[in-house]
Design a protein around this ligand. Structure first.
Ligand code: PZK
Length: 286
């Protein structure tokens, strides 16, 4: 990657410029929990997320075009079109979890959606809701209502991203549900291309951008286990770590169990053996 200029870092990903029109998104094997990146990596986690994202990009082109140009042979790097990213996070929630649950408890509403009284934590909503948030540079994204989102992207563009995000969530969550995984909610990021068209960017329907719950353990009224990170969370809770930096190192059994859960999510959702993806990343695009 000597030809690429580093242009940005996420908690667990790096972004490079290839030229004026193309970026390289590289997913590392770093893992975060309780908002802290841990010192221990999960082997192949970045490859699982890159492959899953590409799988969804290939299956949603009928809903919206996306930024994917190609996958590199390392199976963790995506060459993508450079877009003008919209300044909002496009969250869709089918279930009441995380900040949606917190906001509902405090106000009975989530991003201006008034919900029925008496809903339980993690309960399935009567229909999925679009709950945009601001992009915080540091700290947490802030949930915003329709008017605040319209002030950032315009009323027309907001209507387009809302309808598109809801369609994408319906497609992905129906597929995941049929494979035993509940996609409780998801965060999508869109950009505009040089022709002014809406394009899906970033990552899509990965366990880092969505809440994945095993369908067979789902019980409204509690926090369902995370499909991917539950071993890590349980280990960290048992240690009594105060969730400040730096996080704890993970023992081998937690690393191995967590890697197996990521690979299981990949194989359940794509129906492709993970080793086939490693041998030829483009199999997820077929
Ligand atoms: C873009 N990010 C977030 C992700 C990071 C930062 N196709 C695109 N065009 C223009 N900009 C972006 C994208 C995408 N995707 C995404 N910031 C800019 C981000 C991963 C690692 F450091």
């Amino acid at each position: 990657m000597s030809e690429a200029t580093h242009v940005g870092s996420g908690k667990v990903r790096e972004l490079y410029a290839l030229d004026d029109d193309r970026l390289l998104l590289v997913a590392s094997d770093r893992i975060s929990t309780f908002d802290v990146v841990l010192p221990t990596e999960i082997p192949d986690k970045g490859r699982v997320l890159t492959g899953l994202s590409a799988f969804w990009f290939a299956r949603t082109t009928g809903v919206v075009p996306n930024h994917l140009l190609s996958l590199r042979d390392d199976a963790r790097s995506t060459e993508c079109r450079r877009l003008e990213m919209l300044p909002i996070e496009c969250v869709v929630r089918g279930y009441l979890a995380g900040s949606g649950w917190k906001d509902y408890l405090a106000t009975g509403e989530v991003c201006g959606h008034h919900l029925a009284e008496g809903l339980a934590e993690s309960e399935r909503l009567p229909q999925p809701i679009f709950t945009p948030a601001t992009k915080a540079q540091t700290g947490h994204d802030e949930n915003i209502d329709r008017a605040a989102a319209a002030a950032l992207v315009g009323e027309e563009r907001l209507a387009e991203v809302e309808a598109t995000a809801l369609s994408l969530y319906e497609l992905a969550s129906d597929h995941a549900r049929s494979r035993g995984i509940i996609l409780a909610d998801t965060k999508l990021e869109f950009g505009i291309d040089d022709q002014g068209r809406l394009v899906l960017g970033d990552e899509a329907f990965t366990p880092d951008s969505s809440r994945f719950w095993p369908a067979d353990a789902y019980r409204p009224g509690s926090t369902p286990p995370s499909f991917d990170k539950q071993f890590v969370r349980d280990y960290c809770e048992a240690l009594g770590w105060d969730k400040s930096h730096p996080g704890p190192e993970l023992p081998d059994d937690v690393v191995d169990g967590t890697r197996a859960r990521y690979v299981e999510a990949f194989e359940r959702l794509t129906e492709i053996p993970f080793d086939d993806y490693l041998a030829e990343p483009t199999v997820v695009l077929a």
